[in-house]
Design a binder for this molecule. Structure first.
Ligand code: ZN
Length: 199
């Protein structure tokens, strides 16, 4: 772990062993100018905690990262008056993440800056989308049941009130026939309305 940390460029920026041009510093986050800026004012927002992913970062740092993005975009707006911003985070090597340390790129956008952020628009397939929703909600349900069971069994410390609440919620969740069904019905009705309006 220590060795990995020594190799991380962002950890070096955080501890000052790698020189950087800081424009923001908070308790858990720094904001530095990109040394290869896509546009004028391109800033990297880096949490001090060495974590590769948003879902492994501690909540306090995560909150501060979002807060830093807000402050930095405001600062850059006031300083350079760009036409907009792209805020980009790559998670995992498959998504283009180069270092296993969370980073948000704040890129101010100007007319004719040549920056391209393109997300392809796939085909609309309702049944497939519903299947995806079901899969995600099933994972969510499984996770929730696991957490509630841990509370019920005393593996997670909780007050008697919380424990009672957890037991109640667990019973409801285990009895619930299919929480996905209701969501699906609501979605279909709403979607019909949207499609009607679009015609
Ligand atoms: Zn690091």
């Amino acid at each position: 772990m220590a060795e990995e940390k020594n190799k991380c460029l962002f950890c070096g920026i955080v501890d000052g062993s790698v020189p950087s041009l800081k424009v923001y510093e908070g308790k858990n986050v720094v904001g530095v100018l990109s040394i290869k800026p896509a546009t004028k004012g391109h800033v990297l927002i880096i949490p001090k905690n060495h974590q590769a992913y948003l879902h492994t970062l501690d909540p306090e740092s995560l909150f501060e990262v979002m807060s830093a993005i807000r402050s930095v975009t405001l600062l850059l707006s006031q300083t350079f008056n760009p036409e907009g911003f792209n805020v980009i985070n790559n998670m995992g090597p498959g998504a283009g993440q180069k270092l296993p340390h969370v980073c948000f790129e704040v890129i101010p956008r100007y007319k004719g800056d040549g920056v391209k952020v393109e997300i392809p628009q796939g085909e609309f397939k309702e049944q497939e989308l519903m299947k995806v929703q079901e899969q995600v909600l099933t994972t969510s349900k499984t996770n929730t049941i696991k957490t509630l069971k841990a509370i019920k069994e005393g593996k997670v410390k909780a007050s008697p009130e919380v424990k009672a609440e957890a037991e109640k919620a667990l019973a409801q969740l285990e009895q619930a026939e299919n929480p996905v069904k209701t969501a699906k019905k609501q979605y279909s009705t709403k979607l019909e309305n949207i499609l009607d309006k679009e015609e």
